[in-house]
Structure formats: structure tokens, C-alpha cells
Design a protein around this ligand. Structure first.
Ligand code: NAP
Length: 318
């Protein structure tokens, strides 16, 4: 359903946490004209100074309570486990009728941690843009980060539909496709599409780092054999990913159980010389990659679109 044009712009949008996602939202708000004023709220004085220098907000503060006052939309863009303390801090200062949203990569924990701090009359529309990079901080953001990516909204049952529509309109204005689902379903889907792949990347890069018979310089030298693509994912923000695994524990452990079973089956195929089995699986997985390219979520350019010897283009993340 297309959102009514009147749902945008917001009068005053407060963004808490001006990292990759928060600063990208600030830039996208500006570019799309979706906010009359943008308030950047960050605890770090160096980040505040950088945001002022970049000119991506109308005002900058370290005082979250003062910053959210008078906002009709507040978006929390901090690591998942930081949400509870911030929600407690800003809860009493939110304007009646304001919408609170977030961008956390896990949704069940976010709903549990934020909702209790919001007064009656404040609307809560959690969101997760399935877009990102392995970079952090206000300089890493860019307005186009969300274009042609999916944003998932997980409003609790009974949320005012008009508030949900305004948040949907905002993400549409950023160029995102929007889908609504329950927090539980979100966490299960993202466990297999994002969280377990990140864990596998962290693990394989860690294994290589601990090898004694293959030197570090050999790992780097021959990394284009496949390892290099894991290192991009394994360079993602440690705090953010620690929080993802600690807060989406059940779904990640469930998916890891399945992964381990399938890995054991692959091990057996190799041991028994089951070439047919290996070939059949690799044919199925190749079709999935082609489906992702066909849906516009990846480039078909050889080698992930890298230009010989240069860094990869910005790619979707968590
Ligand atoms: P980021 O670049 O590291 O920025 C995080 C921001 O949160 C920083 O400004 C940081 O300030 C602030 N922060 C951290 N801990 C805090 C605390 N305890 N209290 C107050 N502020 C705190 O991270 P990001 O990639 O933008 O991620 C932010 C959120 O987006 C996370 O919930 C993540 O799950 C979600 N997300 C990330 C991606 C991705 O690919 N990166 C994609 C989709 C969603 P300091 O500099 O002071 O630490």
C-alpha cells in the first residue's frame, strides 16, 4: 500500500547514535526532504564535533533527554544492548504522540527493552534496515545506503496504524522496500540470512589467524581464493555483533544446529567420495546466488564488481 503523501515530512527528527546507520539516516532525511529539522544526539564529543563539521544535522547535542524534547520522531541507532538505558533516559521527555523507532539488527530484544519505557500515547514502530557495510562512525554513512534494500518493521500488536504508515513512508522515501512481520519471525529469518553468516566469517578468519603451519603472509597473499570475501564481513563492528549474538541467542543456536548437521553431511560426502552429492548441492546453491542477483540485491559483476586490485563497492550488510 502506498503511504499518504501527508505523512511526510516529520517536523523534528531526533537521531540517537550518529554511527554508520544514524548518520546515513540523517543524510537520507536531508536528501529526501523528510524532516524539517534534524537533531543529532551522541554521547561522544568527538562524534558531535564531526557531525557538526559534516553539516548533516540542524543541531547536535550530547544530552539525550533535551535532544528528544519536541521531536515527533526519535530513531535509536545504537548497538542493540544500549537501547534499554537510552529508552529509560529519554522516556519521560518524549512528546505525547511522538513516534519512537530504532534500527537494531535484532527485534525481539529491542521490543522487550524499549517498550516498557514509553508512556501511553507514544507510538513504537521498531525497524531494521537490511543494509549496511563493515564500516562504522559518522564518516562511513551515505544517503543511498538504504536504496533498493529491504527495511523490516515489527510494530507490536495494537500499534496505531497511522504511526506505522508514517514510518513506512519514511523508509520508502529513502528508496527502501518495506515489509512488516513479527519480531520473532524477523529474528529467525535474520539468524540464517545475516547472523550465522557473520559468525561463520568471524570463525573462519579466526581459524586462519590461529594456524601455525600456514603463515599470516601466505593467508594474505592467497586470500583472493575465497578467504578475502569472509574478511570483509569479519571486519564488522565488534560491539554491534557481540550484541546481536547475545540478544538473538535462541534463533542463532537453532540455525547453527542445522548448519552443523549439514556440514557433517558434507564432510561425509567428501570422505566417501560422493561427487554426485557434492555436485547436486553446489548446483542448488548456485541457483540461489542467481536468484539474489535477479532480485537486484547483488551485482552480477565478476569478483563482486571489484575493479582489479581495488576495494569492493559498498555492499549490503546486517
Ligand atoms: P556504529 O557505526 O558503531 O554506531 C553506533 C553508535 O551508537 C555510535 O554513535 C556509538 O557512539 C553509539 N553508542 C554505542 N554504544 C552506546 C551506548 N551504550 N550509549 C549511547 N550510545 C552508544 O554502528 P552502526 O553500524 O550504525 O549500528 C547501529 C545499529 O544499527 C545497531 O543496533 C545495529 O544492529 C544496527 N544495524 C547495523 C547495520 C550494519 O551493517 N552496520 C545494518 C543494519 C542495522 P560511540 O562512538 O560513543 O560508541
Amino acid at each position: 500500500m502506498t503511504a499518504p503523501v501527508t505523512s511526510l515530512p516529520f517536523e523534528r527528527v531526533g537521531i540517537v547514535g550518529l554511527g554508520l546507520i544514524g548518520s546515513s539516516i540523517a543524510r537520507a532525511l536531508r536528501k529526501s526532504g523528510s524532516a524539517r529539522a534534524i537533531v543529532a544526539i551522541d554521547r561522544d564529543e568527538a562524534v558531535q564535533a564531526r557531525v557538526s563539521a559534516l553539516g548533516i544535522a540542524d543541531s547536535v547535542t550530547g544530552d539525550a533527554a533535551a535532544g528528544v524534547a519536541g521531536c515527533d520522531l526519535v530513531i535509536l541507532c545504537v548497538p542493540v544492548m544500549a537501547n534499554a538505558a537510552i529508552a529509560e533516559q529519554i522516556g519521560p521527555h518524549l512528546a505525547p504522540g511522538a513516534i519512537v523507532s530504532d534500527v537494531g539488527s535484532v527485534k525481539g530484544a529491542v521490543v522487550r527493552d524499549i517498550a516498557p519505557h514509553l508512556a501511553e500515547g507514544v507510538h513504537f514502530v521498531p525497524a531494521h534496515p537490511v543494509a549496511g557495510t563493515e564500516h562504522s562512525g559518522p564518516d562511513a554513512g551515505f544517503a543511498e545506503l538504504f536504496a533498493n534494500r529491504w527495511s523490516i518493521l515489527t510494530p507490536p500488536a495494537g500499534t496505531d496504524p497511522a504511526a506505522v504508515e508514517r514510518v513506512r513512508a519514511l523508509w520508502s522515501a529513502f528508496g527502501s522496500n518495506v515489509e512488516i512481520m513479527t519480531p520473532e519471525h524477523h529474528d529467525l529469518v535474520l539468524a540464517i540470512t545475516s547472523h550465522v553468516p557473520h559468525l561463520i566469517a568471524y570463525n573462519i578468519v579466526g581459524t586462519a589467524a590461529d594456524m601455525e603451519t600456514v603463515t599470516e603472509s601466505e593467508v594474505i597473499k592467497f586470500s583472493a581464493g575465497g578467504f578475502r570475501d569472509f574478511t570483509r564481513i569479519a571486519a564488522s563492528d565488534p560491539t554491534m555483533w557481540r550484541d546481536v549474538f547475545l540478544t538473538n541467542k535462541d534463533a542463532v543456536l537453532e540455525m547453527l544446529g542445522r548448519f552443523n548437521e549439514d556440514l557433517a553431511a558434507l564432510q561425509r560426502m567428501i570422505r566417501w567420495g560422493d561427487g554426485e552429492g557434492l555436485h547436486a548441492l553446489f548446483t542448488r546453491t548456485r541457483a540461489i546466488r542467481r536468484g539474489i542477483i535477479a532480485s537486484g540485491q547483488e551485482t552480477a559483476a565478476p569478483d563482486f564488481g571489484r575493479h582489479a586490485g581495488l576495494s569492493a563497492p559498498k555492499e549490503p550488510g546486517a
